[in-house]
Write a protein that binds this ligand. Structure first.
Ligand code: HDE
Length: 696
């Protein structure tokens, strides 16, 4: 009998009973506990989970089969609407530990004592793609943290870029409509390189600062563990006496920042669409817990008033060189969700969830978000009771008189469902009661520069400066990083079929930097148009080295993985030695060979393990094997890509034919297999870039 089940048993037929008309009782009742019994949702034990109930062996299926009906009915309704943005995401549980108490700034529970721990749940996401899209498109990444504090849930719902595209929430639906797949075509998926996005961008110059970031390497991170996070808006910290301090939140990755090359990101999308999700999951399973330091930039009204930008404008940042980031804690993600749907998918983040000690400002983007997230959860999760889903429920006591509603899972007892009441059943004082002394009290003063006034649909004056910070960002990058921005814009615009849109973008780029505009125009083969008129003159801002990834890169093998390519004739010891050296230096060695079953056994087969999935490669090959692999395109591409993506290549002498075939040229990143290689593997070789890419 043909087998289709683990252990060689075919569950659809009962063996030894000689005929398909018999009902089958699977696995022979050897389960002891009640939990082992498969039941319906009503708790009725299921006798056969392989065959529906039929009238005769070949007869019609009977409608009375409630086990079948229930199973299919439930399956049919398994999906819920995906998030309108940030649909594709990966999350983990963890702990936030306060490393520097700041009670002088805020009474927020997580920051009261050094060493204080607060559980968190953190979800990372791409923005534009659907839930099933790939992990590595050019896109902003969401960075949302739910702190289950002693005084309620605080959601810090940020991104990996410190500024946003728009200044006012009223433009958000327009922005998202423009970037999502085009309304008539249903494509492109998870890509900003198309007409409608750039049409919108070119008509809305306030987007240009963030465009510089989105076209930079920030938007193609190597790993979720290697990117920064930002709360973006200016928030308020409020101390126990009610004193308020403005605050911007920052997350700094302990592994350092790192990005991929664009060509690499594109290839990863095919080789492993789950690249970031897998990396997050596997690192936690391996006990190598991703971590970020939480930092704050704090300032007062006097500072705010003195800046050439408005601190309530989410398209502007505060340079770290002006207000240094003060580290106050560390978040470690140390537990994967048990169930993706129940936790990651149902997690409902709301920027409106703040706790005593944290408050909002009048940033018009933030204010709009306060409505949107609550509203969207109702649409996604179907009920106002979504806060009762375990991942969303606070871990501190929660009592109120909100009642009933769809999918109510709590069973409040007694008659007292209003406040005040004087029924003894609800506690001696008829509680729960409001708590003026310790409850959340909104900060009462106005924000800097804002005054009660006429009802106007206008923006503050400084919001009209769209170019100063875009220029500051561009000029703060290294030469290579600037070239990446120019090529990314040229690439995106090359996918824009409307010439007038391309021209309009170019006319705006001139206002950021002449050289940038000229490079993009040249890459497109277009003439530069006149500069677009500006709403407000640019001011020259100092460069901010903190904005560059390359200037702040950390050379480390921590969290990085190195492929060791070998073949049938490779010396086993050489393979094992290089793997050990990599592991000793804190990296992960992954053995790759044309055949997985050779000795030592490989972790991955060459064709399915391209070098784009690794941070560096070691080639442990004999000359014969290397010559044989010259005829294997996967092997040639493996080496060519490692070189083209600026990775270290450590090689035996025998690997030379393959390296020659792949066009590898000597440089500091091309080494033997000793200590030099392990050192080189901890970084990328940007000096090599002009050899493999046009940086003009
Ligand atoms: Fe969001 N955003 N957003 N956003 N956003 C959502 O809420 C919205 C904005 C961000 O992992 C939605 O639960 C508006 C800025 C993240 O579940 C929705 C505006 C920042 C996530 C929504 C913004 C973000 C979302 C969709 C302009 C960075 C994923 C699903 C006023 C500070 C959270 C959902 C997760 C998700 C609305 C702008 C970050 C529709 C109206 C600025 C990380 O409510």
């Amino acid at each position: 009998m043909k087998s289709n089940a683990p252990g060689g048993k075919d569950f659809a037929f009962e063996e030894g009973k000689g005929g398909e008309t018999h009902q089958h009782v699977p696995s022979g009742g050897n389960h002891k506990s009640d939990e082992a019994h498969l039941t319906t949702n009503q708790g009725i034990r299921v006798s056969d989970n392989q065959n529906s109930l039929k009238s005769g062996a070949r007869g019609p299926v009977l409608l009375e089969d409630f086990a079948l009906r229930e199973k299919i009915f439930h399956f049919d309704h398994e999906r819920i609407p995906e998030r309108i943005v940030h649909a594709r995401g990966s999350a983990a549980h963890g702990t936030f530990t306060c490393t520097k108490a700041i009670p002088h700034l805020t009474r927020a529970a997580p920051f009261q004592e050094k060493g204080k721990q607060t559980p968190v749940f953190t979800r990372f996401s791409t923005v534009a793609g659907g839930a099933g899209s790939v992990d590595t498109p050019r896109d902003v990444r969401g960075f949302a943290v739910k702190f289950y504090t002693d005084e309620g849930n605080w959601d810090l719902v940020g991104n990996n870029i410190p500024v946003f595209f728009i200044q006012d929430a009223i433009k958000f639906p327009d922005l998202i409509h423009s970037v999502k797949m085009e309304a008539n075509k249903g494509y492109p998926q998870a890509a900003s390189a198309h007409d409608t996005f750039w049409d919108f961008i070119s008509l809305m110059p306030e987007t240009l600062h963030m465009i510089m970031w989105a076209m930079s390497d920030r938007a193609i991170p190597r790993s979720l563990r290697m990117m920064e996070g930002f709360g973006i808006h200016t928030f308020r910290l409020v101390d126990a006496k009610g004193k308020s301090t403005f605050c911007k939140f920052h997350w700094k990755p302990v592994l350092g920042m790192q990005s991929t090359c664009w060509d690499e990101a594109v290839k990863i999308a095919g080789a492993d669409p789950d690249y970031h999700r897998r990396d997050l999951y596997e690192s936690i399973e391996a006990g190598s817990f991703p971590a970020w330091d939480l930092g704050i930039q704090t300032f007062d009204e006097e500072f705010a008033e003195a800046q050439p930008y408005d601190v309530l404008d989410s398209t502007k940042l505060i340079p770290e060189e002006d207000i240094p980031v003060e580290i106050i804690g560390r978040m470690e993600l140390n537990r994967n969700p048990d169930n993706f749907f129940a936790e990651t998918e149902q997690a409902a983040f709301c920027p409106g969830n703040v706790v005593p000690g944290i408050d909002f400002t009048a940033d018009p983007l933030l204010q709009g978000r306060l409505f949107s997230y609550l509203d969207t959860q109702k649409s996604r999760l179907g009920t106002t009771n979504f806060y009762q889903i375990p991942i969303n429920a606070p871990k501190c006591p929660m009592h109120n008189f909100n009642r009933d509603g769809l999918m109510q899972t709590q069973v409040p007892t007694g008659r007292a469902n209003y406040e005040p009441n004087s029924l003894a059943e609800a506690g001696e004082d008829g509680g729960p009661r409001e708590c003026p002394a310790t409850g959340f009290a909104s900060y009462s003063a106005q924000d800097v520069g804002s005054e009660a006034g006429d009802r106007l649909r206008v923006r503050p004056e400084l919001f009209a400066d769209h170019y100063s910070q875009a220029r500051m960002f561009f000029l703060s990058q290294t030469e290579n990083e600037r070239a990446h921005i120019a090529s990314a814009i040229a690439f995106e615009l090359s996918k824009v079929m409307l010439e007038h849109v391309r021209l309009r973008v170019l006319s705006r780029l001139i206002n950021i930097d002449d050289d940038l505009a000229a490079r993009v125009a040249d890459a497109l083969g277009m003439d530069l148009p006149e500069a677009a008129p500006v709403a407000r003159e640019r001011v020259e801002m100092k460069e901010s080295p903190a904005l560059s990834i390359h200037k702040n890169a950390k050379d480390t093998l921590d969290g990085r993985s190195v492929a060791v390519l070998y073949a049938e004739n490779s010396a086993k010891k050489e393979v094992e030695d290089v793997c050990k050296a990599i592991e000793d230096a804190g990296g992960t060695a992954v053995k790759v060979a044309p055949k997985v079953g050779i000795t030592p056994a490989a972790d991955g087969q060459l064709a399915g393990s391209p070098s784009v999935l690794f941070d560096a490669v070691a080639l442990v090959l004999t000359e014969d094997d290397a010559t044989m692999l010259c005829k294997e395109s996967a092997a040639v591409q493996f080496v060519m890509d490692a070189f083209g993506h600026l990775k270290a290549i450590g090689a035996t002498d025998g690997a030379k034919p393959l390296m020659d075939r792949a066009g590898v040229e000597a440089d500091d990143g091309v080494t033997g297999l000793g200590g030099d290689f392990v050192k080189a593997a901890a970084k990328r070789f940007y000096d090599r870039e002009p050899k493999v890419r046009n940086l003009a």
